[in-house]
Structures are given as structure tokens and as C-alpha cells.
Write a new protein. Structure first.
Ligand code: DGT
Ligand code: CA
Ligand code: CA
Ligand code: ZN
Length: 577
């Protein structure tokens, strides 16, 4: 058992004890234990194996024994027994958003709710609203929470699974019977969320590779394991397919399983028109007398069909095949083109790392400049800065910059767009900054027209360099507030305001479907990590993939410019940019 698994067991014990109505102190001890196990600096599994947990604050004797048992045996008898007192389905309820242990217990005790099915029925019959302390509103909230879970069930954000996927690819690559490896599907196409993972290997020993795949440490359960295909569920709940093909089939399988389905359908019909039958195993002439062409990789397939190579990110059947036929595909931006990045937070507002730490990381990433934009005062929940603190920060930034040997820090603010479209700071303050990102954080209940109006008004301000996270969406959690993208893009073009591609994994906002339109109207994109810690600066990598998905070229992205060019850009009045 690893640390995360141990913590999960302890957390579940706490939940079940609470349902049983056990002593709250006992419940809290398990919950605290879970946190300590997760956050301890030392290797808690190693310590527990060697009975060296004594003296650690917050871990009493009972907990110590249980952690020890888990570390040594990989299981916990106490937990198994406790679990057997409840149906498996009770854990489903704990996944519902906005539903805490107290409410769950009340419904369990009085209504016998121990599964999602029963919870839904109880809500729909109005029984939940009648419980003391619940009411109609709570009942509705629970139903909404369940609907959100169903709607977003079993998808993962692109930005959160990179390390997992790379790790599995690396292991597969090292397998002695594997010639070639790739991950296909929506992950390869850089969709903002991914349903299941689709791995592909070229091998002569399909059965063996499939079997070995099912024993990877990331695997939780095996669903299918055959000669050419394996399906598993990973420990994070994600489903994952592996297909084993021959080396000759590999390019075709990779092309097919990369998708999208719509792209494939269009490509196949184009192939037919040209006298080819294309499927996941090969490209065959319809006329049997014609010779089969030699295909070594995906590029050959597109070439034989008379097309430019179509990068995976573009394969959504949104005009890429037509453009490829006319040699008009854009040369897409690449990570190595980025010279710096804007919109980053520090401990001055809600960031986890200091200004110095953020700068250090940016330098390690090989960037030439970093834009700092902490929250403004109306975002009090995030420790937003008032004018005085902001100007003090600007001073600190200027001083620090002098010690950095040419690395530039651009001093800015993520200034709140207030309800009427005015900004959280007056122009006299904003003009002392190098740049500003203007963002909506307080949605109110504005309809689409008024929200759009509000945002456009902010962009009209001379000091607003860029618009932050256009729709405020949180992937898999919260839908966007209503906005008219087309109008916002027009307004950005008219006011020469940059639009941010916020590449925090939860956001990826503005959505990739709108970038080509923005680009065609001459609107610049800034790939911004909205980093609240050093590590999250690395999200610019995911941002670049989404920018590519939006057909963006190097020249469409502001932060591919050098520090010098940025300096000049920021000094030029907006109307002349
Ligand atoms: P996901 O997993 O929901 O995020 O999306 P994908 O695109 O990864 O879809 P998935 O895993 O169902 O299938 C992987 C690829 O395989 C898909 O993008 C295209 C191809 N594919 C799957 N089923 C079909 C099909 O019925 N027809 C065609 N033409 N291609 C298919
Ligand atoms: Ca997939
Ligand atoms: Ca799949
Ligand atoms: Zn923000």
C-alpha cells in the first residue's frame, strides 16, 4: 500500500464510524491520521514497516497499529470488518458535491439512504426536504450535485494526467518485446477532458505485452486481457485500453485510434474517392491490380491521400482536411517558442510561493521574463491587494529585478472587473503597472448580454492589457457564466486587447474552439498558467497543446516574443499595437 491508499482507508474508516454514530473524537482521530499520513515529510510506509512511527504527533497507539498493519500486509482487518457492515454503494454518496458526513448520517439513520439510487429516490419523493435542518433548498442542491456527477462522470482534465500517461508510456517503451509505443485518443488530440486512455504498441508478442500491461503498478482492476487487447481500470478510476498490433499495422492503428471519429469518417471517405480503402489495419487499393503502397508512419498515410500531415490536435473535422488538401495548414506554435509568461500569483495574494520562488522557477524553465499579477482588493477571499500594497509590490519587483542579470519581471495586477464593467483600481494606479489582466471573479446573476457588456467595457480601458479566463468555467465542476464569445472576440480586436489562454488544468479558458476565429480577427493570445505555485508554471506546456488545438501559430501568441519586444509592446498605446 502506498501513502495515498493508506490515507484513503483512514478517511473511509472515519466516514463509516461517523455513520455508525461513534464517538466524534475517534472519528476525528482517523481523519487527522489520514491528513498526517498524506503530508508527512518522511516515507511513512517505510517507517511503519519498521515500527518507527512512535512519537509522531497526532498518531496514537491504535492508529499506529493500523498503519503498521497496512504497510506490512497491504490490508487492514479492522477496515474489512467495518466495511462489511455496509453495502458497497454507501461510498457513492460521499462523492456527491455539497454533501457532508452529518447530512449523510441523518439520511442514513432516518431514511435508510445507503446508495445513490436510494438518495435520488428519497429526494424525488420529497422526503429529504422534510428532515429537520434540510429543507427544499438543500434537497434541490443534492439533486443538482448528483446531476453534476453524472454529467461529468469518469472524465479527467487533460492537464492533470500528464505525469500518469508519460509514466506508463515510459514503462511500455522499456518492454523488451515492444518496438513502438504511443498514446492515441483524446489525450493525443489534447481535448480539454479525457474519457479513457488508448495506448498502442507494436509487437510480435501481443499476448505477453497485454498480460504485462495488466500488472503495471497503476492498474487497479483488469477488465479484459487477450491476445491483442487489454482493458484495465487504473487506481485513479480512469479506464485504459491497450492495443497490440504488428509493426506494419502500427501507423494505421495509430491514425485510427487517435480519432476523432469525425476526422476519421471524413478521411475515409476522401480515401474512397481516391480509390483507397482505409481502416485500422491498412490502406488498400480498391482496384486489386494496384500495388499496396509502403507505409512506415502516419505521415505516409496523409501523403498518399494527397494531404499535408495533420497534427493530432487539429483532427476534429473542423476544416483541417480541406486545409491540408490545399497546403494551407498553419505551422503550429511549440513549447520551445515561449519566451516568458504572464498572470502569476505570489504569497502576496493567494499564491503558495514567494515572488523570489516564482522567479527562480521561471528562470529554471529557461524563460526570459515573468509577469506577476496578484489579485486586487475586491477578491478579498484571495487576499487581494489594495492600491498601497500593490504599489509596494511594484517597488519590490523593481528592486529584485536589478539583481537578476537581465531577467525581466513585469509588474501587473489581476484586476477584478466589477459588476458594471469598471475596474477595481482607478487609472492613476493602473498606469503605474507594466500590464494588467482583467478578470471576472464575482459573477452575480447577469444574463449573457449584460455579462458580455460588462467584459467589453473593461476591455475598452487603455490599461487593460489582457482579458483573463474568459468564461470562468471550471472543467468537470462548474459551467461557465454565459458570455457571447463572438462579441468578446470582436471587442478584443477593436480595442487591441489580448485574450488569455488560461492553462490552469481546471480552466483551459478561452475554449480551443474559439481561437481560430480570434486569430483570424488579429486578436493575440497569451498563454498564461495562472500559477499559484512554482510547479504550476509548468502548465504552460498544456497551454501550448490547447493553443495548437486552436490553430494558433507562433506569431499569434504574445509570449513567444522576446523580453525586449514585450517591453516595446507594453509601452505602445493599445490603439497602435
Ligand atoms: P474519450 O475517450 O471519450 O475522451 O474520446 P476518444 O476520442 O479517445 O474516444 P475513444 O476512446 O472512444 O476512441 C478512440 C478513438 O478510436 C476515437 O477517437 C476514434 C476511434 N474510434 C472509436 N470508435 C470509432 C468508431 O466507431 N468509428 C470510427 N471511425 N472511429 C472510432
Ligand atoms: Ca479515449
Ligand atoms: Ca478507448
Ligand atoms: Zn482569476
Amino acid at each position: 500500500m502506498n501513502r495515498e491508499e493508506m490515507a484513503e482507508v483512514l478517511e473511509k474508516i472515519a466516514l463509516l464510524l461517523e455513520l455508525k454514530g461513534e464517538n466524534p473524537f475517534k472519528v476525528r482521530a482517523y481523519r487527522q491520521g489520514a491528513e498526517i499520513v498524506l503530508s508527512m515529510e518522511e516515507d511513512v510506509v517505510e517507517l511503519a514497516k519498521n515500527d518507527e512511527l512512535k512519537g509522531i504527533k497526532g498518531i496514537g497507539e491504535a492508529l499506529r497499529d493500523k498503519i503498521g498493519e497496512m504497510a506490512k500486509t497491504g490490508g487492514l482487518e479492522f477496515y474489512d470488518k467495518l466495511k462489511s457492515e455496509f453495502p458497497e454503494t454507501v461510498f457513492e454518496i460521499f462523492e456527491v458535491q455539497g454533501l457532508g458526513p452529518k447530512k449523510i448520517k441523518a439520511m442514513y439513520d432516518t431514511l435508510g439512504v445507503d446508495s445513490l439510487v436510494k438518495l435520488k429516490a428519497a429526494c424525488e419523493e420529497g422526503k429529504v426536504a422534510e428532515l429537520p435542518g434540510f429543507g427544499k433548498k438543500t434537497q434541490e442542491k443534492i439533486l443538482e450535485g448528483m446531476a453534476a456527477n453524472e454529467k461529468f462522470a469518469d472524465r479527467f482534465t487533460l492537464g492533470s494526467i500528464g505525469a500518469l500517461v508519460e509514466g506508463m508510456l515510459e514503462t511500455l517503451r522499456l518492454h523488451p518485446e515492444v518496438f513502438r509505443v504511443a498514446v492515441a485518443g483524446s489525450y493525443r488530440r489534447a481535448k480539454e477532458t479525457v474519457g479513457d486512455l488508448d495506448f498502442l504498441v507494436a509487437t510480435k508478442e501481443g499476448a505477453r505485452v497485454c498480460k504485462d500491461f495488466t500488472t503495471l503498478p497503476q492498474v487497479d482492476a483488469v477488465i479484459v486481457c487477450g491476445e491483442t487487447k487489454a482493458s484495465v481500470r487504473l487506481k485513479n478510476g480512469m479506464y485504459c485500453d491497450l492495443r497490440a498490433v504488428t509493426n506494419a499495422e502500427f501507423p494505421f492503428a495509430l491514425q485510427y485510434f487517435t480519432g476523432s471519429k469525425e476526422h476519421n469518417v471524413a478521411l475515409r471517405s476522401l480515401a474512397l474517392k481516391k480509390g483507397w480503402s482505409l481502416n485500422e489495419y491498412g490502406l488498400n487499393p480498391v482496384d486489386e491490380k494496384t500495388q499496396r503502397p509502403e507505409v512506415k508512419d502516419e505521415k505516409d498515410i496523409y501523403r498518399l491521400l494527397g494531404l499535408q500531415y495533420v497534427e493530432p490536435e487539429l483532427r476534429e473535422n473542423r476544416g483541417e482536411i480541406e486545409a491540408a488538401a490545399e497546403d494551407k495548414l498553419p505551422r503550429l506554435v511549440e513549447l520551445m517558442n515561449l519566451r516568458g509568461t504572464f498572470h502569476n500569483h505570489t504569497t502576496e495574494s493567494d499564491g503558495r510561493d514567494t515572488l523570489e520562488g516564482m522567479v527562480e522557477e521561471a528562470m529554471e524553465l529557461g524563460l526570459q521574463y515573468l509577469g506577476i499579477s496578484d489579485h486586487s482588493k475586491s477578491s478579498a477571499y484571495a487576499g487581494g491587494l489594495d492600491a498601497e500594497r500593490l504599489l509596494k509590490q511594484v517597488e519590490t519587483i523593481r528592486l529584485l529585478e536589478e539583481t537578476l542579470g537581465g531577467f525581466r519581471i513585469f509588474a501587473g495586477s489581476e484586476v477584478d472587473i466589477l459588476m458594471d464593467g469598471s475596474l477595481d483600481f482607478p487609472d492613476e494606479i493602473l498606469e503605474q503597472l507594466d500590464f494588467t489582466v482583467a478578470s471576472v471573479h464575482n459573477f452575480g446573476k447577469l444574463d449573457e448580454a449584460r455579462m458580455t457588456e460588462r467584459i467589453c467595457r473593461a476591455m475598452e480601458n487603455e490599461h487593460v492589457t489582457m482579458l483573463g479566463h474568459v468564461t470562468g468555467r471550471l472543467l468537470l465542476k462548474r459551467d461557465s457564466y454565459p458570455v457571447d464569445h463572438a462579441r468578446i472576440i470582436d471587442c478584443a480586436a477593436a480595442t487591441r486587447t489580448v485574450i488569455e489562454l488560461n492553462c490552469s488544468p481546471m480552466r483551459l479558458d478561452m475554449d480551443w474552439r474559439w481561437w481560430k476565429r480570434a486569430r483570424d480577427k488579429g486578436v493575440l493570445c497569451s498563454i498564461n498558467p495562472d500559477a499559484h505555485s512554482r510547479e504550476r508554471l509548468h502548465h504552460i506546456g498544456v497551454g501550448v497543446r490547447v493553443a495548437r488545438k486552436g490553430w494558433l501559430r507562433r506569431e499569434d501568441v504574445l509570449n513567444t516574443r522576446s523580453a525586449k519586444e514585450i517591453e516595446a509592446f507594453l509601452k505602445t498605446p493599445k490603439g497602435e499595437r
